[in-house]
Design a protein around this ligand. Structure first.
Ligand SMILES: Nc1ncnc2c1ncn2[C@@H]1O[C@H](COP(=O)(O)OP(=O)(O)OP(=O)(O)O)[C@@H](O)[C@H]1O
Ligand SMILES: [Mg+2]
Length: 349
């Protein structure tokens, strides 16, 4: 069984869908938090967070401004002291063994952390020296990381003249110098143009292929959807939903749809009669007069295909011709909004 499948199973447990087998329970998490809390004064910013991220996973923490993402990363990277609760990185207790835990991870913070006046090579050499990496090994790694970052031919240019995307890539290379098993990335693509974002995404995929566990925070739904094995939706310091993109989609009923465009235009009486019958037979549906299209909401994938076949058959039987049909899945944006609304209304997710 793959790691991802294990992780998925576990997340399903947390959302009450199934229980993992004992083998899954034994698998050591790369990052784990136990009722982790952080308050600033009487304001609770992280509220009993229980995360479990498996080795090799890319996990995206998705949340609004002020949700507590950076604060969480601050605690996991030992920069901020938790108010209560604890966490482990590759099995090392973050509060009792912070030095050992620190050796396991690299961090790319929300700000670009490079020296503008040093060259790309010098920046990385400086970080290698901080980690006490021997010169010969450091040189090899710097060469390799610059190559991977697409900066090999710019190694001796001043970092200050690099574009935002190149600077971000250099920052990421710096975070990987000591070959960490875990990489924390706080909004790695914020402020970058689409081409640079894509380049960073490619690098992230590559790191994951190398077996690095990645926890990234993002506001970009597209980013989480594209990259993450699992997504945690964070709201006001609490994890309000967690799972693969597919699992999150499954939690949302009624926003999968079927659309059937009719060939001929019918009068409104005929349409009303037709829609009444369709609602009786297939559930929630409306008619888009502008597009001459029937829209149906369906709760599940299985039902989606089944309903589509039945709707098309029903239309044919009733001699109502159609020119095209389509099914749609909710975007992560819709999932996120639906989850947020649910939480606002006090519903459990
Ligand atoms: N040092 C601090 N002192 C007081 N309040 C703080 C401190 N750091 C963060 N906060 C508060 O904690 C809350 C969460 O902030 P945090 O930076 O973790 O959010 P975030 O999810 O990273 O947001 P963003 O997406 O904007 O980066 C905010 O209300 C913020 O004002
Ligand atoms: Mg932040």
């Amino acid at each position: 069984m793959s790691k991802l499948t294990n992780a998925t199973k576990d997340s399903m447990t947390e959302t009450g869908m199934s229980r993992p087998t004992s083998g899954d329970e034994l698998q050591q998490a790369a990052i784990q938090t136990f009722d982790l809390c952080k308050s600033f004064g009487d304001r609770q910013v992280v509220d009993h967070l229980n995360l479990k991220i498996y080795p090799g996973e890319l996990y995206a923490l998705l949340g609004d401004n002020g949700a507590g993402k950076t604060t969480t990363i601050g605690m996991l990277t030992t920069l901020l002291k938790p108010t209560s609760g604890t966490f482990s990185i590759c099995g090392f207790d973050g509060r009792k063994q912070p030095e050992k835990a620190k050796g396991m991870f690299g961090i790319v913070s929300q700000d670009i952390a490079i020296y503008q006046e040093l060259t790309a090579y010098e920046n990385l050499k400086f970080i290698a020296d901080l980690h006490g990496i021997k010169s010969g090994i450091a040189n090899e790694r710097i060469k390799d990381l610059l190559q991977r970052a697409g900066l090999a031919d710019r190694a001796h240019d001043r970092a200050g003249v690099f574009s935002g995307g190149m600077q971000r890539k250099l920052t990421i290379a710096g975070a990987l110098l000591h070959s960490p098993r875990v990489l924390f990335m706080d909004e790695p693509t914020v402020g970058l143009d689409p081409a640079s974002r894509r380049q960073i995404w490619e690098s992230l995929k590559e790191f994951r292929a190398m077996g690095v566990t990645i926890l990234l925070t993002t506001h970009y739904l597209e980013e989480a959807e594209l990259l993450a094995d699992r997504i945690g939706v964070f709201r006001e310091g609490r994890l309000v939903a967690e799972g693969t993109i597919e699992e999150l989609r499954h939690q949302i009923r009624g926003i999968r749809g079927i659309a059937v465009r009719l060939t001929e235009w019918h009068d409104s009486e005929r349409i009303e009669k037709m829609m009444a019958e369709i609602r009786t037979l297939f559930g929630e549906a409306n008619f888009d007069h502008l597009r001459n299209t029937i829209n149906l909401s369906q709760p599940g994938d299985g039902e989606l295909v089944n309903t589509l076949q039945r709707v098309l058959a029903w239309l044919s039987d009733n001699k109502i011709s159609f020119s095209r049909f389509a099914t749609s899945e909710p975007t992560l944006e819709e999932v996120f909004l639906a989850i947020s609304t649910d939480v606002n209304q006090g519903g459990a997710v």
